[in-house]
Design a protein around this ligand. Structure first.
Ligand code: ZN
Length: 166
């Protein structure tokens, strides 16, 4: 039984390495593309806000921009959230994290930021939340299912053995 567990683990690790090589680069490219799109959108909204504020305050036009500004600020918040999310995913792909003080890209394992020297908190949750490829998850699920089946068979076998003993 233990031998099967070890083989299962090794196979899934080997699969992960292959998936890393083929999937990571493509995934990073996709993330960067989306980040570029977001940046453009964010900049456009900033420009629009700037224009409105200019028209309202500098030209003293009699228009209410409050509602429109609120709408655009909400949109900015949403886009910024997505941007943060993509950035985190990008760092996870490279197995790196961002220093909370200077925002430099640093290795996950370091205790102190090499850029600014800030002590780094151990982020256990983040490490465990590694980005999994869908196929990886499927593979792991199927391994788990096999384990369940194995347990069931063992139980059934022991039942049968008990019956035989009776
Ligand atoms: Zn730093």
């Amino acid at each position: 039984m233990e031998i099967f567990d070890v083989i299962g683990k090794k196979a899934s690790e080997a699969y992960k390495i292959t998936a890393d090589k083929t999937g990571k680069i493509a995934k990073e490219t996709k993330l960067k593309l989306r980040m570029g799109e977001l940046k453009t959108k964010i900049n456009t909204i900033y420009q629009e806000i700037g224009k409105k504020v200019y028209e309202k305050h500098v030209r003293e036009e009699e228009i209410s921009i409050k509602e429109e500004l609120e709408e655009q600020c909400t949109e900015l918040d949403v886009l910024s959230d997505e941007m943060d999310n993509l950035l985190t995913q990008c760092l996870e792909l490279k197995d790196k994290k961002q220093c909370p003080n200077c925002y430099a890209e640093i290795e996950k394992q370091v205790n102190y930021c090499p850029n600014c020297g800030t002590k780094q908190e151990k982020l256990k949750d983040v490490e465990e939340k590694e980005i999994e490829f869908t196929s990886d998850i499927k593979l792991e699920q199927s391994i788990e299912k096999k384990d369940e089946k194995k347990e069931k068979t063992t139980k059934e076998e022991s039942k049968e053995n008990n019956n035989l003993d009776d």
